[in-house]
Design a protein around this ligand. Structure first.
Ligand code: AMP
Ligand code: MG
Length: 415
């Protein structure tokens, strides 16, 4: 796991090392259906009855037996007697004889003895007891069979799935009021730097406001994580040591920004080596070269670089997959798609670039991407304007306008 001083690790190598080290946390909670939104399912969920639970009509119309269609070759219409009606929630309990149909509505139970529904628009009703079918449907048309969505005993949601609004509905169809979800992760984070002031404080000469705590707040919040914001810690050996200890005691993971680059890294490195097992990696990526990863006690530790864009880029590539894995989530790596760049993307070979881009769909449906602005790692303007990273592999240089480029849409990164 150690790294030679001059050696750079690739983004995928670091992702591999981090993810393979991580196990899902212990702790399962019984969660109310509504509270389960965006939580990670800890146990498979199985259907206890067929869904739909009974054959029902897919349309408003008239239900009859497909046997009525047997001897009507050459006929352009079929006339049946209306024996009754089945409305949603109000089934028809009577018998249906040959030559009879019933009025039926969408979602209403299809009773014994009938199996085919003709839509209302294909009928006429010369009187209230008679229906004339003017366009003859195929046998079994417009009937939704019991169990055609779920059958009893079928696992319909697997552990590791992040529960979507659809999944809440899916669970509701089975009358399930609670599910088992992995417990929420607790993550502590702080910023390091003597130059950093918190909002509300006055900026002195050479000071800047701490912004990383706010990007981290948002990034973690989107992952449905319990946050412990520990503020700004000065570049001071004992203050940093104290902060690491406190954070590791209360959190499943600790995230810091700043103080991992050469120069500063030394005393942070010493402190961390005393408290836990930490790797300091130089990653062949831009932005975001330095990264510390390891553990302090039972807590995972991520030391992100200080530059505001580097924090976000390294979070998406390394921290988010790791946290998802800790939560027990099945899919962890960001989605990558291809888009055509409409302009030259400048780059030097050597590191994987995560350039900030704007991904759009052209009028003919093609995905097009362009530069979101100045690409330096302190520039939030382009990061804010961007909706994706344009990922340009380490070994290649600039990409010409019109060529295809790998793109990670932020929505997919967040999901
Ligand atoms: P460092 O990694 O600590 O050397 O920081 C690299 C750059 O990021 C410096 O310009 C810092 O001032 C800046 N920086 C570090 N932490 C933060 C923060 N929390 N908010 C804004 N900028 C920061
Ligand atoms: Mg610093």
């Amino acid at each position: 796991m150690s790294q030679n001083d001059n050696q750079f690790l690739s983004v995928s190598e670091v992702q591999k090392r981090i993810i393979s080290d991580i196990k899902a946390i212990d702790g399962i909670e019984q969660v109310d259906l509504r509270q389960a939104l965006n939580r990670i399912l800890a146990k498979d969920v199985t259907a206890t009855f067929d869904s739909p639970p009974f054959d029902n009509s897919g349309m408003d119309g008239y239900a009859f037996s497909s046997k009525e269609l047997n001897d009507i070759a050459g006929q352009s219409s079929l006339t049946l007697r209306i024996a009754g009606q089945s409305f949603a929630g109000h089934p028809y309990f009577g018998k249906i004889a040959s030559g009879e149909a019933i009025r039926i509505m969408t979602g209403a139970q299809v009773p014994e003895g009938v199996d085919t529904v003709v839509i209302q628009e294909h009928t006429e009703t010369p009187d209230e007891n008679t229906v004339k079918i003017t366009t003859i449907p195929k046998a079994f048309a417009n009937v939704r069979k019991a169990g055609d969505d779920l059958t009893t005993g079928q696992t319909f949601l697997a552990r590791g799935k992040k529960l979507s609004p659809t999944d809440l509905a899916f669970l509701a169809t089975q009358g399930i009021a609670e599910v088992k979800a992995t417990r929420k992760l607790r993550v502590a984070f702080f910023s390091t730097g003597d130059e950093l002031r918190s909002i509300g404080e006055t900026l002195g000469e050479g000071d800047i406001y701490d912004s990383n705590r706010y990007s981290l707040y948002g990034l973690l919040k989107n992952l449905d994580i319990e946050l412990i914001d520990m503020g700004v810690i000065p570049d001071d050996r004992s203050a940093i040591e104290e902060a690491f200890k406190t954070a590791a005691n209360v959190a499943d993971a600790v995230i810091t920004s700043g103080a991992v680059s050469v120069g500063e890294a030394d005393f942070v490195k010493e402190t961390l080596e005393k408290l836990g097992q930490i790797n300091f990696w130089k990653i062949a990526m831009k932005p975001g070269k330095p990264l510390a990863f390891g553990s302090i006690g039972d807590s995972l530790f991520f030391g992100l670089p200080g530059n505001p864009v580097s924090v976000i880029a390294t979070f998406y590539q390394f921290v988010q997959p790791a946290l998802k894995r800790m939560k027990g989530q099945d899919i962890v790596l960001p989605l990558m798609i291809k888009a055509k760049t409409t302009e030259l993307l400048k780059k030097r070979p050597g590191r994987t670039d995560f350039q900030r881009g704007i991904l759009e769909q052209s009028d003919n449906g093609k995905l097009m991407v362009r530069n979101a602005g100045a690409q330096a790692s302190h520039v939030l303007t382009s990061m804010s304007r961007a909706n994706c990273f344009m990922v340009i592999p380490a070994e290649i240089g600039s990409i010409e306008a019109g060529e295809m480029v790998d793109v990670q849409p932020f929505e997919g990164l967040i999901g």
